[in-house]
Design a binder for this molecule. Sequence first.
Ligand code: SAH
Length: 225
Amino acid sequence: MRIDIITVLPELLTGPLDHSIIKRAQQKGLVEIHIHNLRDYAFDKRHTVDDYPFSGGGGMVMMVEPIDLAISDLKSKTGYDEIIFTSPDGEMFSQKMANQLSCLKNIVILCGHYKGVDQRVRDHLITREISIGDYVLTGGELAAAVIVDAIVRLLPGAISDEESALTDSFQDDLLAPPLYTRPAEYKGWKVPDILLSGNDREIEDWKIEQSIERTRKLRPGLLDE
Ligand code: SAH
């Protein structure tokens, strides 16, 4: 898979995408992540990428031309399945969407900044708009990092214990069961007996029961889906 991210603040992305599973997935060649500075596509000497809104009011708007140049440049070298824009009014990001996106070959993610982007970018260049939640961030970089992290850990081989990604919360519309590790008792706080029983079948049943119970208690809406 190949992910190209267009941003005015590359520094915000290099850190989050250069550690742990995401770093290893890149080293293993499962994913190529390319971060592009939008300012490299600015056409004036000062590398301006924003301007005042025609509608007045505070804040700056990212201009259509540098973004068009950036996306056209990428498209001239690679075919993309989706050109994604991160936006608080976009489709809500979910595990389902992460699964779906992880099956694509090449995607672009455009990070907004300031007040947002010129609407013509969204009308003519973007194929999908994604929000990571009903709140407003300073820029789309953290949203892009969240989206990329959720996608990349799903790529086959990214997580060494294959089963581990499939048994995470939301994969089957259920929350994950509770986890325990050694010691079996700490300050009198005990691990459930069943987990020490060595009976794999009963442990599997217990995990499913716990998942259903937790989902019923914490996220009953998931059970209706
Ligand atoms: N004026 C916009 C918010 C701009 S925030 C509005 O009222 O909707 C600046 C940029 O941060 C946005 O263009 C978007 O790219 C990003 N952003 C902010 N909140 C986000 C969210 N919840 N999900 C995804 N991207 C977000």
